[in-house]
Design a protein around this ligand. Structure first.
Ligand code: B12
Ligand code: SF4
Length: 485
């Protein structure tokens, strides 16, 4: 039998992890975020390797066509994958290819999509075992004896993240080898692959404009307790103790000593929760971390307003310099509809506070904090005036990276389930995959939003704003800020 090497090196096992994402994302990525590594895969693969279950890795992101993927999967007895709704189409195709060339092979799948849409997974014959929920406490038993599990079953997570091992980052996929890219892609793309390989900093992650490379992504908490109707992950991820501050710092220091760390991305859905933990972070991070690395992390406007001193101390003392806030909308009507539990006033409070802290820091000769501002447009029920208010809110922010997306009805969320049930979702199972400007819900006038982002309604948006605010977001800038969602 002809054995093709997996993307990242020698074949060492008859079990393969298939890392999922759009074809080519690790060859000639469209944007930085597609290059980020999967902590679910990293965690489970680390647990397996530490317990003697060696695996190989193949990534759909490191090839540019299905024809390239197929030979890399030949000869394996088992494939594992972490399926999210946005990777479901890729997962399905990869599983089907795997089964075609390894008819006796088994595909074991878990992840968010398996958790929230198990019936969609079960419909596809290619998935032999489907694990809903967390997998860290069952992965070893599952791989050793898959037949002892029913086809669809509930996994088991750790009680606390303190029980998770540090991810062995060398188990993450590498960016594509440029020579392989040259053999398979057009020369210009191979040049991009070469640049990517050089700048990726594997097994750390690449720079994405948020902070200096190499970037360390980490997760300190697992679940956000709020219930926004477009997200509400608390309804499908069980609560779990946060990783102790000391473990987070030890891990960053160890990564720094081994690979070097330039900046940190804290991938928690909600970093700014649990004041006791945050207070400890303020006390320990500046003292114990090898360096006060700047970091990206997420918060909410209402809690910024509730705990302004804590927030200010985090920004000033721990170098939280990229503050992701899910503002979503600048209109109370829409915020209510989303069950965001934040008001226009909360949003304005957070904006004014960060603007002020930024001005003070500039005056002190320091780097000011910047918002990563999550905004949704095209929410069912949104009026033109609601959308103008949202854009107006964005223009109040002095220093901001806007991250704008059209609302996407993901399964798992209350509003997503409702729109799917009403037949209004345009996100079909073969098109969960999102592009920034595609249309996601029936009845939404996307033409209006495209024009809005292109600056055609600037006169309405600028109403009531100061001259300085009006200058912000030059024509077309918000259009470029539209992200894949
Ligand atoms: C970090 C993160 C990101 C990062 C990095 C993603 C990456 N490369 O992994 C970034 C910022 C890029 C991102 C982007 C997006 N994300 Co995101 N993201 C997360 C977040 C906050 C953490 C993911 C994580 O690492 N969790 C920790 C690991 C350990 O958990 P896990 O991967 O789920 O794996 C566990 C289980 O699922 C299970 N498991 C997994 N695989 C397997 C396999 C087997 C065999 C078994 C047995 C078990 C098993 O065991 C693991 C250990 O417990 C989650 C929310 C969350 N709290 O999980 C959202 C989340 C996954 N993202 C989501 C969404 C919607 C998006 C976006 C579309 C958002 C947007 N609107 O732009 C984009 C899409 C990006 C793209 N490529 O197109 C949704 C997915 C919803 C769904 N139904 O799938 C989530 C759940 C957030 C939410 N509540 O809406 N995201
Ligand atoms: S949108 Fe943000 S605040 Fe709301 S539930 Fe999701 S992570 Fe939590």
């Amino acid at each position: 039998m002809k054995w093709n090497l997996p993307v990242n090196g020698k074949r060492e096992s008859d079990i393969v992890w298939i890392d999922l994402g759009d074809l080519g994302d690790l060859v000639y990525p469209q944007g930085p975020h597609e290059q980020w590594q999967d902590h679910g895969l990293g965690l489970l693969r680390t647990i397996m390797h530490q317990n003697g279950l060696k695996t190989d890795i193949v990534s759909t992101r490191a090839v540019t066509s299905w024809e390239q993927l197929a030979p890399k999967l030949r000869g394996y007895k088992m494939a594992l994958m972490n399926v999210r709704s946005y990777t479901f189409p890729v997962a399905l195709k990869a599983a089907q290819i795997f089964k075609e060339i390894n008819p006796d092979g088994l595909v074991l799948a878990g992840g968010m999509h398996a958790t929230v849409a198990p019936e969609e997974m079960a419909e596809a014959e290619a998935f032999d075992k489907i694990c809903q929920g967390a997998g860290e406490e069952i992965i070893l038993d599952l791989v050793r004896d898959p037949e002892s599990f029913p086809r669809v079953f509930l996994g088991q997570g750790s009680r606390t993240m303190a029980d998770w091992p540090e991810i062995d980052r060398e188990l993450w996929p590498k960016p594509a080898n440029w020579k392989e890219a040259l053999a398979n892609a057009r020369p210009r793309r191979a040049v991009r692959a070469m640049k990517l390989e050089r700048n990726f900093n594997w097994p750390m992650e690449p720079e994405c404009g948020w902070g200096p490379p190499p970037v360390a992504t980490i997760i300190t908490s697992r679940v956000c307790p709020w219930q926004c109707v477009f997200c509400n992950e608390a309804s499908y991820i069980p609560n779990m103790g946060r990783r102790p501050v000391s473990m987070v710092i030890d891990e960053l220091n160890a990564l720094d000593e081994k690979y070097g760390v330039g900046s940190v991305v804290i991938h928690d859905s909600m970093f700014f929760q649990n004041p006791k933990w945050l207070q400890e972070w303020i006390e320990q991070y500046p003292r114990r971390a090898n360096k006060l690395w700047p970091y990206w992390a997420a918060g909410r406007a209402d809690t910024v307003r509730q705990w302004p001193e804590l927030f200010t101390a985090l920004v000033r003392e721990t170098n939280w310099n990229l503050i992701s806030i899910g503002f979503e909308s600048g209109s109370d009507r829409i915020l209510k509809l989303l069950n965001k539990e934040c008001t226009e006033e909360d949003n304005n409070f957070a904006i004014d506070l960060v603007n002020r802290i930024g001005d003070e820091m500039v005056a002190e000769g320091k780097e000011p904090p910047v918002f990563w501002s999550n905004i949704m447009l095209g929410i069912p029920g949104e009026t033109d005036e609601d959308a103008f208010k949202t854009m107006r809110m964005l223009k109040r922010m002095k220093r901001v990276f806007p991250s704008i997306s059209y609302y996407a009805p993901y399964p798992g969320s209350a509003l997503g389930f409702q729109l799917i049930a009403e037949g209004k979702s345009l996100m079909s199972k073969d098109n969960y995959h999102r592009f920034p400007d595609d249309e996601k819900v029936k009845g939404v006038n996307y033409g209006f939003y495209r024009e809005l982002l292109a600056g055609q309604y600037d006169a309405e948006v600028n109403r009531g704003l100061t001259d300085e605010q009006q200058q912000r977001g030059y024509e077309g800038m918000y259009q470029q800020a539209l992200v894949k969602a």
